[in-house]
Design a protein around this ligand. Structure first.
Ligand code: KIV
Length: 258
């Protein structure tokens, strides 16, 4: 197992794991200074391309953005999402995962799903592909509004079974997306690998957010998104200053000219 992955697992019950998304080099460079895991999420479909579903994201999209992200990472574990329909069967899943790892030099891939994709995850792990799991709300499978999971006894049981199954199959951590607090707490307590929550309470071993959301670049009213800074405001200030100085001919002065 990769040293970096061992380090992530060893944080369980000791230190919170910080995971953030990045889709390009400049963002990755800054995030890398603070995060344990950088995820090239297929959320890039909605954030960068305005898609109404992550289903439109292609393997090519993921590979191109991941190559850029790779250039910005020095220390974090780099995980790349396998997009919709790229892991339909064992053979395709392995071929596509290896392609992603070879071309982007990422450390691991993330696949959405629990028991339904158990054969695929087992096949990847057996072939030395490090896998991060993802259960709860699965954006690649949802049509319409996201509803949080783990409210009913049936859902709770299903999620716990899926988490245990993924652990037994050898994934090194599991993203819990929009899982009810009590259920997320129980899963986190009952499995040995770290849970990374998004909208799944403080009880998870780590937290992930879409970086554009926490920086206030994305207009969203999703309940779990907290805007930690208003980067739009800062961007506007910079652009306005540039415009003003161009109009007043202050910029470019001699210092900035040849
Ligand atoms: O696509 C993504 O960015 C994700 C995270 C939000 C977990 O899957």
């Amino acid at each position: 197992m990769l040293q970096k992955i061992k380090k992530i697992i060893s944080k369980k019950n000791k230190k919170k794991i910080i995971c953030l998304t990045a889709y390009s080099k400049n963002f990755a460079t800054e995030i890398d200074k603070h995060a344990d895991i950088i995820l090239v999420g297929d959320s890039l479909g909605s954030v960068l391309y305005n898609y109404n579903t992550t289903r439109k994201v292609t393997l090519k999209n993921m590979i191109e953005h991941s190559k850029s992200v790779r250039m910005g990472i020095k220390k974090s574990l780099m995980v790349v999402d396998m997009p919709y329909k790229t892991f339909l069967n064992k053979k395709e899943a392995l071929r596509n995962s290896i392609k992603v790892i070879k071309e982007t030099k990422c450390d691991a891939v993330k696949l959405e799903g629990g028991s339904k994709i158990k054969k695929i995850i087992r096949h990847l792990v057996r072939n030395n592909v490090p896998v991060m799991g993802h259960i709860g709300v699965l954006p690649q499978s949802v049509k319409g509004k996201f509803k949080h999971k783990g409210k009913t006894e049936k859902e709770k049981k299903q999620l716990l079974n899926d988490a245990k199954l993924l652990q037994n199959l050898g994934v090194f951590s599991i993203v819990l997306e929009c899982v009810e607090s009590g259920t997320a707490k129980m899963i986190t307590k009952l499995i040995k690998i770290p849970t990374i929550g998004i909208g799944s309470s403080k009880y998870c071993d780590g937290q992930v957010l879409v970086t554009d959301d926490l920086l206030g670049l994305n207009e969203t009213n999703i309940r779990f998104v907290k805007k930690f800074v208003n980067l739009k405001k800062i961007i506007n200030q910079g652009i306005k200053k540039f415009k003003k100085e161009v109009i007043s001919k202050k910029y470019p002065s001699k210092k900035y000219s040849y």
